[in-house]
Design a binder for this molecule. Structure first.
Ligand SMILES: Nc1ncnc2c1ncn2[C@@H]1O[C@H](COP(=O)(O)OP(=O)(O)O)[C@@H](O)[C@H]1O
Ligand SMILES: [Mg+2]
Length: 286
């Protein structure tokens, strides 16, 4: 039996995170891997990183803890750098923009200070000129669709942007063909383990299950597979959930999640990525 830590967030715990932990710890045992559950609250003390297992399944976004653990010699799944690049969509775009992976046209919002705010918003007219209206506004660090917006006018864009002061933000061409639908591909250890479609019939352009998207079976195409594998490889992910949009000329990369939940995916594909993650860790734990 090998041993590794399972790190989860100590402040946000829900039925979903509990189910995830159970799925992963049980899959671990099936593969000879004991996952010892800890939260990011358990490592305040400077000496708390002594005498730990040599690896961790890091299911959190506490990047500072991830980096401390790596410096203490632990092999993290996913690695801190990979989590960092996925956790912020502006960084993901920067990492992949020259890779040849097609993505919707994207502009990075100029940064302002949280205590200053967007005192001027003239650049939003420029964004609208380049991307057309409506265009998509995303906070870099959003998830579950909750920080992804559609701005139908420059004024609406300014209203959306104002509360985001201090946060990384991007503007993106709205891919109309993909409104309310996308594809989620789950990659583990350089292989696609499962995929699903998501279809939102509520009128919301976001396909996330949290916004009313319904998971549907999906037969992955070779091109979708190619993009998902390349994105995960370039981002250095051991495992990840890749969102693809339906572009006019084929799939477009939407975003990559370093710790994507998989309940909905499992319900329609019949595959739990947990076993693949455990097997991948067993192969790669030093
Ligand atoms: N440029 C876009 N054009 C059309 N739909 C989009 C675009 N970007 C995102 N979406 C929709 O919004 C959803 C949420 O966006 P995403 O970037 O995946 O953020 P989150 O991290 O919140 O899931 C996507 O699953 C997709 O359905
Ligand atoms: Mg998404």
């Amino acid at each position: 039996m090998k041993e590794a830590l399972y790190i989860e967030n100590g402040f946000w715990q829900s039925a979903g995170t509990l189910a995830l932990r159970n799925a992963l710890t049980e899959a671990g045992l099936r593969h000879g891997l004991r996952l010892v559950v800890r939260t990011n609250r358990d490592f305040l003390r400077p000496d708390s990183l002594r005498k730990l297992p040599g690896a961790a399944l890091f299911w959190d976004k506490d990047l500072r803890l991830a980096e401390r653990m790596e410096r203490a010699g632990l092999r993290l799944f996913n690695r801190a750098d990979a989590i960092r690049q996925c956790d912020d969509k502006t960084l993901t775009w920067l990492a992949l923009r020259d890779s040849g992976i097609p993505m919707p046209d994207t502009l990075l919002c100029p940064m302002t200070f949280p205590n200053v705010g967007y005192t001027v918003t003239d650049f939003l007219q420029e964004a609208a000129d380049i991307l057309g209206l409506p265009f998509v506004i995303k906070q870099g660090r959003g998830s579950f669709g909750s920080q992804v917006y559609l701005a139908h006018s420059v004024e609406e864009a300014a209203d959306i942007l104002r509360p985001c002061a201090g946060e990384p933000v991007l503007f993106q061409r709205f891919i109309e063909e993909s409104a309310g639908r996308d594809v989620r591909v789950y990659v583990v250890g350089g292989q696609v383990v499962a995929s699903m479609g998501r279809v939102n019939l509520t009128g919301d352009f976001r396909a996330n299950v949290e916004n009313g998207g319904k998971p549907v079976q999906h037969a992955i195409t070779p091109r979708e597979e190619e993009l998902a594998l390349l994105a995960c490889r370039l981002l250095g992910l051991d495992f990840g959930g890749v969102d693809l949009l339906y572009g006019k000329d084929g799939p477009l990369l939407c975003e990559v999640n370093s710790n994507a939940h998989f309940k909905a995916l499992q319900s329609v594909s019949g595959v739990s990525p947990a076993d693949a993650i455990a097997a991948h860790m067993m192969e790669n734990i030093p």
